[in-house]
Design a protein around this ligand. Structure first.
Ligand code: ZN
Length: 265
């Protein structure tokens, strides 16, 4: 448990990376946009901004601080019985990062897929899909309830596997940066990287208004679990059409937007 309880770097390092990378992403959107009309200030900008700087961090941090309390005894049992990732695997830093990534992505994949396939959960996730464009600030556009539970599922393996702190920080940092990277409105062909990472090229299909197209590409960083579970989607010679939900109505939280209840298409 001791690795988990010096949380300051879990925030500072990913935040510093975001501060460095965001101007590059925004510059890219301006000078090489996939859809120029997706740039600029729209009616959703204010709520996207508040969700990005307030709702998402509060949801994720709440999950991060509550999880060690909620899972204290199961985690203690796991570490006592099987040891931690650092004791269990002696293959170094990269192997630990890879293993933790695979585990976190597995949990996230099924959580994300459930939010699309279970109507009750979709009502929260619809906030993320409610925008009629895909651009960098969509990375923070989440309902507070979803922000909390997605953080919980993503960090669950960190808690149970007990990696070295720098391994966890690396995974959280990659996750923070790729959250923006998968949403950026930059016209970029990812090529073979599309079969390793969930690129913006893949993620735009996930935001399609056509349900068959949007119930795909659920991974956050990696696309491996989509490839294995049959939800990978990358049509050749075709561009995504309209994005967002068919109706504008998305569930209301304290930021507001739309009406409740929201029906799945
Ligand atoms: Zn989704």
């Amino acid at each position: 448990m001791s690795q988990w309880i010096d949380p300051i770097y879990y925030s500072i390092i990913p935040f510093a990376l975001i501060v460095i990378c965001l101007p590059i992403f925004i510059y890219g959107e301006r000078y090489l946009p996939y859809r120029p009309e997706w740039n600029g200030v729209h009616e959703d900008t204010k709520s996207d901004f508040l969700r990005t700087i307030l709702v998402l961090p509060v949801g994720l941090k709440s999950a991060e601080f509550l999880m060690p309390l909620l899972f204290y005894y199961p985690v203690l049992w796991m570490h006592d019985s099987y040891g931690t990732l650092s004791h269990f695997f002696d293959y170094g830093f990269a192997a630990q990062v890879l293993l933790l990534l695979l585990a976190s992505e597995f949990f996230y994949y099924w959580f994300h897929r459930a939010t699309h396939e279970i109507t009750f959960l979709w009502r929260f996730h619809a906030v993320h899909h409610g925008a009629h464009r895909v651009y960098w600030m969509n990375a923070g556009r989440f309902h507070l309830v979803e922000a909390f539970f997605s953080g919980m599922f993503y960090f669950l393996p960190v808690l149970f596997l007990g990696p070295e702190p720098e391994v966890a920080i690396m995974v959280v940092s990659i996750s923070s940066i790729t959250g923006f990277l998968e949403h950026i409105n930059v016209d970029f062909e990812a090529g073979w990287l599309n079969y390793v990472f969930n690129s913006a090229q893949l993620h735009r299909w996930h935001h399609s208004r056509i349900i068959k197209e949007s119930n795909t590409n659920y991974g956050k960083i990696l696309i491996l679990w989509d490839l294995l579970f049959g939800t990978f989607y990358l049509p050749k010679n075709k561009h995504v059409g309209e994005v967002g939900t068919v109706e504008n109505d998305v569930p209301v939280d304290f930021i507001g937007q739309g009406k409740y209840p929201f029906e799945r298409r």
